[in-house]
Design a protein around this ligand. Structure first.
Ligand SMILES: [Zn+2]
Ligand SMILES: [Zn+2]
Length: 776
């Protein structure tokens, strides 16, 4: 056995800051009798250890194997170094040299150990709403600079008291080196404010009064991890109606915040998969099926819906507030629709004034605004579908199956609706939170702010800038102007193709020997032929992406206005149907009729293959929705009645034998004609078939088509993407019909909607520039 001494220099990259990594290394090195130091650097964790070679080997193996479970190491480098004179093992000051490549950690929910302390009357943090440790607490939402240290977070103004400082320095303490460490004596303070900003109460009393106000039916704003939420008693019909009135939100469902899982079980069906998602550390809103029978939830919370969007508290403050209430609360973001979530006291007071009855705030600032994330589970196979990826997930994305070259410095600007940005930097991927629709000035400002924040944090200078083809997207304009500034040419990736690139990367399908069919269905994306695409079939074969088929074009009446008025899609799709003439005319005011007749006859409207608009058109035809108050409303109604019909039939197995509407295979020019489907739908309507039955057959036809086109192209893999695949019934139908013959892929870590466009753009650019390769 050798007793040779050596010194090793170790560098780790990945999710290694803000996860208790330095304390872990410290204890491990001390335990192994090694000397040296550990410190945070811009790219991760640096370690120098010295001792017997055998001990060093054991140490490095344990380093990669036993690290905190929320951490992950993406890259490790070990080098022999000259022996030094260290006499013990210490945690060193962070180094700010080199390039920032460390991954930014998402915000972490309250951990079990902290929850126990918070509810233990003998603990000095009893009832402290900002309790954290190395395993929990805010991260991304408070980080202002790198490496991750308190002085570069919004915790900087809070100086630790002697007791907190002692914990921070004590290697045996679970708050050793915890950057967010604080207590009631030295930490963050909760305040209850009146609508003019006057303080009504502080600390525990602020929570007591806020709870009482909510119980009395008032609207209380709460400063959450990523911004302000509006809370009302979920059982109070009047309070919920008042919230709808003040928020000017007629029917879009509100999310609910529950104290615990048992309380959720009383209102909703919670199977193992649902439970897993509710408990996950990201604490997303999970869309659950309502339970049959009596309910305490006010009907105004989710009118029409068979589901409820429910989450558990992600932070101690809401958890403590819920403990003071007898039941769940509505928790909806306090912004006006489509503007970003409000993050400062000034904003909430200025925006709402007397519109809220009180504000439960605190004095720790929010650096990055984050909405709550939302996930649904498909109705039959319980496949998770992310509808919004924000708090808890962003800005982390860990590639699986592929890696990016370190030379790649790519900035991808995303779409216009459900905007995000993606950065490829030093081999890492940073995917922003959902930034909403970039229509209003505030949303555009927030978009620029997030982009600037990432660039500053990482000292990021893009070499490649990728934009959508649509020249008027705010994201495209921003990208082009940045490219000009840097003297570069912006690169374009077509919208639906970006969806497909995203799927190819997520499932690492680039190197499949068999072709992959990308079925990309969504609302609108500017196509390469000038038409508005949205019902597309792409084939990935031997490293090339090709559009092989698409839905037949139909006119998009009044362009973007069609999105808000499904009746326009019904008109453009079915206007030549004699049988439906009266039905369609009834949707128009007499003065509108000649205008639309002329528009359709002249053929001047842009053409579209959008399946989103096809959903809209059918929803309108079935009398479900002629004008919508939120995006996706018509499609959601269509899915709902189809799902009810499917359940009446007795589940997914029965659906395999149902007759779909006729949708022919693509003709030689790749066009899938809609005439037969339109005609049969009209016939069903005229004979008075139940809308649910028609809606279900429609879903079934699309699911059949996806697989039949795959067979037609010889593809063995079927990748489904685009906003239409937020539809859980459709996803399950494809799986039920084709899951045995084909490998079916949907997004797991990203949303199928436009949030993943920036990621897909980045992937396309990395592939084209030779910077994307199979993971070794
Ligand atoms: Zn904790
Ligand atoms: Zn303290």
């Amino acid at each position: 056995m050798t007793h040779r001494k050596a010194a090793w220099q170790i560098r780790l990259e990945g999710k290694v800051q803000g996860v208790g990594f330095r304390p872990f290394v410290y204890r491990l090195a001390r335990g192994a009798g090694l000397v040296g130091w550990v410190s945070n650097g811009l790219e991760g964790v640096h370690i120098r250890v010295q001792g017997e070679v055998e001990a060093l080997e054991r140490f490095s193996a344990a380093l990669l194997r036993d690290h905190p479970s929320i951490a992950s190491v993406t890259h490790a480098e070990i080098e022999e170094a000259p022996l030094g004179t260290d006499s013990s093992f210490v945690v060193r000051e962070s180094s700010r040299e080199g390039k920032a490549t460390v991954l930014l950690l998402p915000d972490l929910d309250l951990c079990e150990s902290c929850r126990r302390e918070m509810t233990d009357p003998r603990n000095r943090r009893f009832q402290y709403p900002f309790i954290t440790c190395t395993d929990c607490g805010p991260r991304y939402s408070i980080i202002q600079g790198l490496p991750y240290d308190r002085e570069r977070t919004t915790m900087a103004p809070f100086a630790m008291c002697p007791e907190c400082a002692r914990e921070y320095r004590d290697p045996a303490d679970r708050r050793f080196y915890s950057q967010t460490n604080s207590c009631p004596a030295c930490g963050v303070r909760a305040d209850l404010l009146d609508p003019r900003g006057l303080r009504l109460a502080s600390g525990g009393e602020a929570l007591d009064v806020a709870a009482k106000r909510i119980a009395q039916g008032e609207i209380v704003a709460l400063k959450g991890v990523g911004g302000y939420l509006l809370l009302v008693d979920a059982a109070n019909e009047k309070a919920v109606a008042e919230l709808r009135r003040r928020k000017q939100r007629p029917i879009k469902p509100f999310a609910l915040l529950f104290a615990d899982l048992d309380a959720i079980r009383r209102e909703a069906c919670v199977g193992p998969e649902e439970e897993r998602w509710l408990r996950r550390r990201e604490k997303p809103i999970v869309i659950l099926n309502r339970k049959e029978g009596p309910t305490r939830i006010a009907s105004g919370v989710a009118p029409e819906e068979d589901t409820l969007g429910i989450m558990l508290p992600s932070a101690p403050l809401p958890a403590l507030l819920l403990d003071r209430l007898a039941g769940p609360v509505v928790a909806t973001s306090a912004n006006r629709s489509e503007s970003p979530i409000l993050a400062t006291e000034e904003e909430i007071l200025a925006e709402w004034g007397e519109g809220v009855d009180a504000v439960l705030s605190h004095n720790r600032e929010i650096e990055s605004r984050l909405d709550d994330s939302v996930v649904r589970l498909s109705p039959f196979f319980r496949q998770p579908i992310l509808l919004r990826r924000a708090r808890g997930f962003a800005p982390l994305y860990l590639a699986q199956g592929f890696e990016l070259g370190r030379e790649a410095a790519i900035l991808a600007m995303g779409a216009q609706q459900k905007a995000t940005v993606t950065l490829a930097h030093q081999g890492n991927i940073y995917l922003s939170q959902s930034l909403g629709d970039l229509e209003g000035w505030e949303a555009q400002e927030n978009f620029r702010r997030v982009l600037a924040h990432f660039r500053r944090l990482l000292s990021f200078v893009p070499r490649q800038i990728v934009v959508d083809r649509h020249p008027q997207y705010t994201s495209t304009e921003e990208g082009r102007s940045l490219a000009r500034e840097l003297g570069r040419e912006a690169e374009e990736v077509q919208h639906q193709k970006a969806h497909f690139w995203s799927l190819l990367a997520e499932h690492s399908l680039f190197w499949e020997r068999e072709p992959v069919l990308g079925v990309i269905w969504d609302g609108t994306g500017l196509g390469e032929d000038g038409a508005i695409w949205g019902g597309e079939f792409f084939l990935w074969r031997e490293g090339r992406m090709e559009r092989v088929a698409h839905l037949d074009y139909f006119p998009l009446l009044l362009g973007e206005k069609a999105i808000r008025e499904p009746r326009l899609s019904a008109l453009s799709l079915w206007h030549s149907s004699e049988a439906l003439r009266a039905r369609l005319e009834a949707k128009l005011r007499p003065t509108e009729r000649p205008i639309f007749r002329a528009l359709l006859a002249r053929g001047g409207a842009p053409r579209t293959s959008s399946i989103g608009r096809l959903f809209d058109g059918l929803a309108s035809l079935l009398g479900l929705s002629d004008r919508v108050s939120f995006e996706g409303e018509a499609a959601r109604r269509l899915e709902r009645i189809a799902l009810r019909a499917a359940r009446t039939l007795g589940g997914i197995d029965k659906l395999r034998n149902q007759e779909p509407y006729p949708l022919p295979l693509p003709s030689s020019d790749g066009v899938v004609r809609l005439d037969d489907l339109r005609e049969e739908v009209a016939r069903d309507l005229v004979r008075g078939a139940p809308p649910g039955e028609i809606a279900l057959r429609f879903h079934l036809s699309l699911a059949h088509l996806a697989g039949r086109v795959a067979e037609w192209t010889g593809a063995r893999h079927l990748a489904l993407g685009g906003g239409v695949f937020q539809n859980g019934l459709l996803v399950d139908l494809v799986e039920a019909l084709w899951g045995e013959q084909l490998s079916v892929y949907i997004s797991h870590d990203l949303s199928p909607n436009d949030e993943s466009i920036s990621f897909g753009q980045m992937v396309a650019s990395a592939w084209r520039s030779g910077n994307l390769r199979k993971a070794g």
